[in-house]
Design a protein around this ligand. Structure first.
Ligand code: ES4
Ligand code: ZN
Length: 335
């Protein structure tokens, strides 16, 4: 098995990280206080109690219920900056060199907070991460799939200035997967893509949903990356397609265990993906909720796949760089 030091020093890229999912209990409570937010009846009262709750979630929806409550404590541009900056400080220590990070504008606009406030706060943290740590980053705006597609179209219009000027690099789709399949969002993806030909497209698919949702995201939404996608393992033709087109899956090992998608990391089809040349990266998803940041995810995978040597790990890190949406020059420098 490779050492923690080796994994720490590998130049790592993260492609599946929800900024709202980096809200640690020890920031959630102070922010609630700072912004005079009353947490709902029955919500844990202390950092310890909340950490206890985060030890296990029944499923994706059980987690999302907590995640959306947490989101409510974020009000001012400074809060969004503080949240993202705390993330960059942590992962800088872990050997992260490039991050493509999600955020959910609708979790905030639905509470009367403007898309400008959110986007500018996050963007300033990204700028500081580049200036202080040399970490490059991209912002990916996600649509919440439990919100009506009509509403989502309005969100895209509100975000249009940031899509047009490239502040938002990509569009994603998250929240409860099974009840809200990709086909509902065809118009939204077309509309967003029409605003900027450089806009990248991705979607959560095949986390709790079937392999068919992965194929549908590729065919109907024209995405060039799939978030999670682990249920692709059940469709050999789809695996061949992902390999042929070099469509990267952004795998989130600790998340899959916490949300009971798998019992343990060893159950993940990572060896199959390697053998079939399906590109994937390893990511933390919602690290404050799932018990680890990027390095802890790498370490857990190394424990569950102990036969992987330095060369295997080197190729995993390289594939993550290759699958990144950073500028070609940056890619060359990282490779
Ligand atoms: C998410 Cl793990 C996961 N799946 C779907 N939507 C999400 N939003 C934040 N984390
Ligand atoms: Zn996710």
């Amino acid at each position: 098995m490779v050492s923690k030091e080796f994994l720490q020093e590998l130049p790592k890229c993260e492609h599946h990280l929800h900024l709202e999912g980096t809200l640690e209990p020890d920031l959630l409570f102070p922010l609630a206080k700072r912004n005079n937010i009353t947490l709902p009846e029955g919500f844990p009262k202390s950092v310890e109690e909340l950490n206890e709750k985060y030890k296990k979630f029944r499923d994706l929806q059980d987690f999302l219920d907590y995640y959306y409550i947490g989101t409510n404590v974020l009000i001012n541009e400074q809060d969004f900056f503080d949240l993202a900056w705390a993330y960059f400080e942590k992962v800088h220590q872990q050997g992260l060199v490039h991050a493509e990070v999600f955020y959910d504008p609708q979790s905030h606009t639905s509470r009367g907070i403007s898309i400008e406030t959110v986007t500018k706060g996050f963007q300033k943290a990204c700028d500081k991460a580049l200036a202080e740590f040399g970490i490059t980053s991209k912002l990916i705006m996600c649509l919440l799939r439990h919100i009506e597609p009509e509403e989502c179209l309005k969100t895209i219009e509100e975000a249009a200035p940031f899509i047009k000027d490239g502040t938002i690099s990509a569009l994603g789709l998250d929240s409860a997967e099974r009840p809200f399949p990709p086909n509902l969002f065809v118009e939204c993806y077309q509309k967003a893509a029409s605003l900027n030909e450089d806009l990248k497209l991705t979607a959560h698919a095949g986390e709790e949903g079937p392999a068919q949702f992965v194929s549908d995201a590729l065919d109907l939404l024209q995405v060039t990356r799939i978030d999670h996608g682990i249920n692709s393992q059940h469709d050999d033709e789809l695996l061949d397609r992902l390999a042929r087109d070099e469509t990267m899956l952004t795998i989130c090992p600790l998340s899959n265990v916490k949300l009971q998608v798998v019992k343990s990391v060893s159950e993940l089809p990572l060896q199959k993906f390697l053998d079939k040349n399906v590109p994937f990266s390893l990511n933390s998803d919602d690290p404050a909720y799932f018990g680890g940041y990027i390095l802890e995810n790498y370490i857990q995978v190394s424990k569950d796949f102990p036969h992987w040597d330095h060369e295997t790990w080197g190729s995993i890190a390289k594939n993550a760089i290759k699958g990144s949406w950073c500028e070609e020059k940056r890619k060359e420098d990282l490779l």
